[in-house]
Unconditional design. Structure first.
Length: 188
């Protein structure tokens, strides 16, 4: 996906600006958020604090990636929110929701689309990108989460959400040609 670096940069920039405007320093926003979450459920602070910890996503990613490489569709489906949302390569594109019955076909076509994330190999597919990234750079995840804590993470053109301390695939960004190959009518 050619637009992921600029999108990440814009989101990161907006989070930094928000932090400056709010006159917030250090990690107080993250600490406040953890305190608020802990007040809701103080009996399980270890699980709650993992929401702000990039390690929890990296642990999940290692397992999810293995499921993709082993073609373990039951694990992938179990860790996907249905109906799964798909959209074109840009954030402003219309969202199409797909049910579980169509997911395996769509996901296999998605894995063969060009990722656009390898500057040395522009024809690298999403699957090749996944193979190349067994873990994610924690320093990048932690930098982003310190400035803009979130329960959302992205790998390639896949967006994941943390719900009830579990990570789930929630959205796929598809190239226009992928919609066509998968037989999905893309809204104009």
């Amino acid at each position: 996906m050619k637009f992921s670096k600029p999108i990440f940069s814009i989101i990161f920039f907006l989070c930094v600006i928000f932090k400056i405007v709010a006159n917030d320093t250090g990690n107080s926003y993250t600490k406040k958020r953890v305190e608020i979450v802990q007040k809701r459920n103080s009996s399980d602070t270890i699980k709650q604090s993992k929401i702000n910890n990039a390690d929890s996503f990296n642990e999940f990613w290692f397992t999810f990636r293995h499921a993709i490489l082993q073609d373990d569709t039951s694990f992938i489906i179990k860790h996907t929110i249905f109906p799964i949302k798909v959209r074109g390569p840009l954030d402003g594109e219309p969202i199409v929701e797909l049910n579980k019955e169509n997911f395996t076909t769509i996901f296999n076509v998605f894995l063969n689309q060009i990722s656009g994330l390898n500057t040395e190999n522009y024809s690298e597919t999403e699957l090749e990108y996944i193979v190349r990234n067994p873990t994610l750079p924690l320093e990048n995840l932690n930098k982003f989460n310190n400035h803009c804590p979130t329960d959302i993470s992205m790998v390639g053109a896949m967006e994941f959400e943390n719900a009830d301390n579990e990570w789930y695939l929630r959205m796929l960004y598809l190239e226009y040609s992928t919609f066509e190959k998968a037989g999905i009518l893309y809204p104009e």
